[in-house]
Design a protein around this ligand. Structure first.
Ligand SMILES: Cc1cc2nc3c(=O)[nH]c(=O)nc-3n(C[C@H](O)[C@H](O)[C@H](O)COP(=O)(O)O)c2cc1C
Length: 201
């Protein structure tokens, strides 16, 4: 059975910790239909999971935050839209990322969807160049829309969000935001990530 408990409420956002109870199989949450999926350490090899995920082509984004807690940002593929009315989106971030605490404290984030011209920037925000937090914003042209989170001017699309809810799931936090503004450029190619390489779609 899923157990949910509220742990903090940053600036009006709801934070819910949802954890599988020890030894419990996810099958129980889906009338027994997910019987191949167990909690970590109970049968599915993490390396095989990563190998399978490497086949899943995904759009590449930079998630940014700014405000009293300071600037932060990471490269992320774990982005999804949840609903159109009202417009809500989510991304997942490792709890150990210093940007996670900043998103929660600032209460805002922007999802910047990248084009093939942003590969170098994607590497910077993936921590591959040794730049951290504020230092990652030295490259690229950054503006603000409604919330004040940094918006990459040349992005294919941007989704300016106010943090609505945070869910703790194992090693990651699922950040759910209400989209307060969007912007987009002309239609063109997007930057993708699959087989551990960047690509173009
Ligand atoms: C293509 C790509 C996608 C990534 N997607 C995510 C993601 O969805 N969530 C996440 O927490 N980290 C993701 N990462 C890793 C983070 O970008 C990286 O761990 C982070 O920027 C490291 O910096 P930090 O120590 O400041 O958090 C991704 C990296 C790459 C290259």
């Amino acid at each position: 059975m899923l157990s949910g408990k509220r742990i903090i409420a940053p600036d009006g956002a709801r934070m819910v910790s949802t954890k599988l109870e020890q030894g419990e199989r996810m099958a129980k949450h889906n009338n027994g239909r997910m019987d191949t999926c167990a909690v970590p350490g109970q049968g599915l090899d993490g390396a095989r999971f990563r190998e399978a995920m490497s086949r899943v082509a995904a759009a590449v984004h930079i998630i940014t935050t700014g405000g009293p807690a300071g600037l932060g940002g990471i490269t992320a593929t774990s982005v999804a839209s949840i609903s159109a009315e009202p417009p809500m989106m989510l991304f997942c971030i490792n709890k150990t990322s210093p940007s996670a605490a900043r998103v929660i404290e600032n209460g805002i984030f922007c999802i910047n969807t990248l084009t093939p011209s942003h590969e170098a920037l994607a590497n910077i925000f993936a921590g591959r160049t040794g730049h951290h937090l504020e230092g990652r914003f030295a490259s690229g042209e950054w503006i603000k829309l409604v919330t004040g989170a940094p918006v990459l001017k040349s992005a294919a699309a941007v989704f300016d969000c106010r943090l609505a809810e945070v869910k703790e799931v194992m090693t990651h936090l699922v950040m759910i935001g209400a989209v307060e503004a969007v912007d987009y450029g002309r239609q063109g190619s997007g930057l993708t990530y699959a087989h551990r390489k960047y690509g173009i779609l």
